[in-house]
Design a binder for this molecule. Structure first.
Ligand SMILES: [Ca+2]
Ligand SMILES: [Ca+2]
Ligand SMILES: [Ca+2]
Length: 211
């Protein structure tokens, strides 16, 4: 499991170079993934009319990621740029949910990310790889801490397709919570069976030719 709290100001330089590299890498990753796994997502928009939900010092917000059915928060939104960098922070990108996960199906891997900004215009990103939490017990939750923000995840995604999250602000300044994403991948059993089927047909044809 890895987790990172990243706080940074926007960086506009090298925008085009980095963007084209991401486009090529994305195309390769998409091609490989479509043959191996299905990605499920819950995109939670915490903005109203372009303004993120305010979390004051000592305050918190709690909600669910749910990849089975739609639960809360709008599921399609475009990330503001500025303040979020086009090249490194998904600025200008449109996210949407991909629901329909069947609870119990094995979840290979997952990440969650949370995107906030403080009153100085600095952006704050919380990235957590949740590999070991996908099948762990739901009670209690796991807390990830940074200087000013605590993130609590009550996971066990594979049991019900739901992860409950709480973002708490311990100060010193208020923050605006803009959006949160869960991405989880499930092996594509249907495709494996299709390949197996064609291999068996191929063997049958070969045998007939030889005999
Ligand atoms: Ca949502
Ligand atoms: Ca949600
Ligand atoms: Ca759960």
């Amino acid at each position: 499991m890895n987790n990172n709290f990243v706080k940074h100001k926007n960086q506009g330089h090298m925008k085009h170079t980095i963007l084209s590299l991401i486009a090529v890498a994305g195309a390769i990753a998409l091609g490989a993934q479509s043959a191996k796994a299905t990605e499920y997502r819950d995109a939670d928009n915490w903005q109203t009319a372009g303004v993120g939900t305010l979390i004051g010092v000592g305050g918190s917000v709690t909600s669910d990621f749910n990849i089975v059915v739609d639960e809360a928060q709008a599921d399609t939104f475009t990330v503001d740029s500025p303040p979020y960098s086009v090249s490194t922070q998904n600025g200008g990108a449109t996210f949407t949910s991909a629901l329909g996960y069947t609870p119990g199906n094995p979840v290979l891997d997952g990440t969650v990310s949370f995107w906030l900004r403080n009153t100085d215009g600095d952006t704050i990103t919380i990235l957590v790889g949740i590999g070991t939490l996908l099948t762990s017990a739901d009670s209690g939750g796991v807390v990830f801490q940074s200087q000013n923000l605590n993130l609590t995840l009550r996971a066990d995604l594979q049991a019900d397709g739901i992860i409950t999250y709480t973002v708490s602000n311990t100060g010193p300044t208020a923050v605006n919570f803009d959006y949160a994403l869960l991405s989880a991948t499930v092996p594509d059993g249907g495709l494996t069976i299709a390949f197996l089927g064609s291999a068996i047909v191929g063997l049958g044809l070969l045998r007939r030719k030889l005999s």
